[in-house]
Ligand binder design. Sequence first.
Ligand code: ADP
Ligand code: MG
Length: 141
Amino acid sequence: MAIERTLSIIKPDAIAKNVVGDIIRRFEENGLSVVATRRIHLTAEQAGRFYAVHKDRPFFGPLCAFMSSGPILAMVLEGKNAVRLNRQLMGATNPKEADAGTIRADHAESIDANAVHGSDSLENAATEISFFFADIDIYSS
Ligand code: ADP
Ligand code: MG
């Protein structure tokens, strides 16, 4: 199994609920290490650039408004199969469909306010990490 890096974001709803520690605990207990962190309040324009892949979707406007509604915590997670493992720990996009015990099942309210973001492929992980972090901001354990 390859050691990978992936981008995780704790979204404004989960920041407002003060569950940062619980979410990071789940990553660490499952073998992922937090190797970079950045707390930032995106503008709607920055959120739109991050989610440009969704620009033609009907939910794009509300998504950008939500992601810029409060601070977020962007993180780089590192570990074996980090991309897939993070997606498993997150659960399905719609919390109503998320497996019991996943982050979204436990902390998300709706499909738009769904607590966390995670890269969906190794290629997208590299692009998304570079959106928030320079190489010198990331320190492996
Ligand atoms: P994921 O975050 O699970 O990778 P997507 O990449 O498909 O999901 O979508 C990005 C984000 O856009 C979702 O996390 C969610 O916040 C929002 N979103 C996706 N689909 C919908 C929808 N049908 N209605 C409202 N918001 C949505
Ligand atoms: Mg996605």
